[in-house]
Design a protein around this ligand. Structure first.
Ligand code: SAM
Ligand code: SF4
Length: 342
């Protein structure tokens, strides 16, 4: 069967639904490790052995939405809410670029307190003054706003579809924004964004078939960045009594996705690292090629509790671990992080 997968991949440069499902269903340890190796080789041949480090600034934990899994949902009154002022966000981005990062991700809850004007000006300043790529992960905003952000210099957006099974999606998103999200994703692709999406692995009621359909959805919708993280049960949310998603299944999903969408930028996610740090690094040998490091100052970060026990992914520590594994980091990052200091 492995040979069939390899032959199919060589011929088609992708996998179909059945083959993705076969990988997700794998139980045999030896065969599973072989598939991880195949995904790893494909990634390293097509995308090199460089692990891109991107810096996330979690600039606000205010959110007007109520996603059932998320710790910063509007109903959670236990959270200390914060908003980082625009000037401070810029300074944090500047420090990140000086340390060698080449992409700054601006992430937050859905917080209309930052106007489109303010975000547009911030994106323009970060992109043009710091000469860096800007990625935004701020949830649903108007098409017009995303068009303005694109013109201001943002080149990437992260907006996860979370789960393509509509019934499950609507059972955990009370605002039932399924169609809006999908339409917005297509619109972002049309605007010329390198568009990121992804799912949560281990949501209540989700089957392996659902995950295979998530991967097919991303393939068909031209998604170039793929964030897939295990569900992490979080206190004071409606899903607090459900069990965490499986780290093992997450790795299988990474391997299947690498073979289905070979050129994708695919982070080994912080959610996976929170469940098991070793698995986050192992993911770099199962098809992943990105790690997002955290730039949010600690006094804010400790309140960005989207899920319980969220780890801090530190730039220097992560870069050293990647190099120790025999993998590379981008030359610009290497130079600024280590050589400039020496
Ligand atoms: N508010 C924006 C949005 O939802 O697109 C961006 C920030 S949101 C915190 C980023 C991602 O966190 C979501 O897409 C969701 O998949 C993930 N997330 C939130 N709670 C989670 C949980 N308990 N377990 C795993 N992932 C979670
Ligand atoms: Fe808000 Fe995003 Fe959390 Fe949903 S996942 S509650 S939109 S921060």
């Amino acid at each position: 069967e492995i040979n069939k997968i390899i032959d199919y991949f060589i011929k088609n440069k992708t996998l179909d639904y059945e083959k993705i499902l076969w990988i997700l269903s794998l139980k045999d340890e030896v065969i599973k490790e072989k598939i991880f190796k195949v995904a790893d080789i494909v990634n390293k041949i097509l995308n090199t052995d460089i692990v891109t480090l991107k810096g996330v600034i979690e600039f606000s934990n205010y959110c007007k939405k109520s996603c059932y899994y998320c710790g910063i949902r509007v109903q959670n009154e236990e959270i200390n809410r914060y908003r980082i002022p625009i000037n401070e966000i810029f300074q944090i981005a500047k420090n990140g670029v000086e340390m060698g990062l080449t992409t700054i991700i601006l992430q937050s809850g859905e917080d209309d307190n930052y106007s489109d004007d303010e975000l547009e000006a911030l994106i323009y300043k970060i992109h043009h003054e710091l000469k860096t790529a800007v990625s935004i992960s701020i949830g649903e905003r108007s098409k017009k706003a995303y068009e303005r952000f694109r013109k201001a210099g943002a080149s990437k957006v992260l907006l996860k579809h979370e789960i393509i099974n509509r019934k499950i999606f609507e059972s955990i998103h009370p605002d039932k924004d399924y169609d809006l999200r999908i339409k917005l994703l297509d619109h972002l692709v049309d605007l010329g964004y390198i568009t990121g999406s992804g799912n949560i692995i281990g949501l209540p009621g989700q089957t392996l078939e659902d995950i295979a359909k998530d991967i097919i959805f991303m393939k068909e919708h031209n998604i170039k960045m793929i964030g897939m993280g295990p569900f992490i049960s979080t206190h004071n949310t409606p899903l607090e009594n459900y069990k965490n998603g499986s780290a093992e299944l997450t790795l299988k999903a990474y391997a299947a996705t690498r073979l289905a969408i070979p050129y994708a930028q695919m982070p080994a996610t912080t959610a996976l690292g929170t469940i098991d740090r070793k698995y986050q690094f192992k993911a770099l040998n199962c098809g992943c090629n990105v790690i997002m490091v955290n730039l949010t100052p600690d006094k804010y970060r400790e309140n960005y509790n989207i899920y319980d026990e969220k780890i801090k992914v530190d730039l220097i520590e992560t870069a050293k671990e990647i190099i120790n594994m025999g993998l590379s980091i981008p030359p610009y990052t290497l130079r600024n992080l280590f050589i400039k200091e020496a």
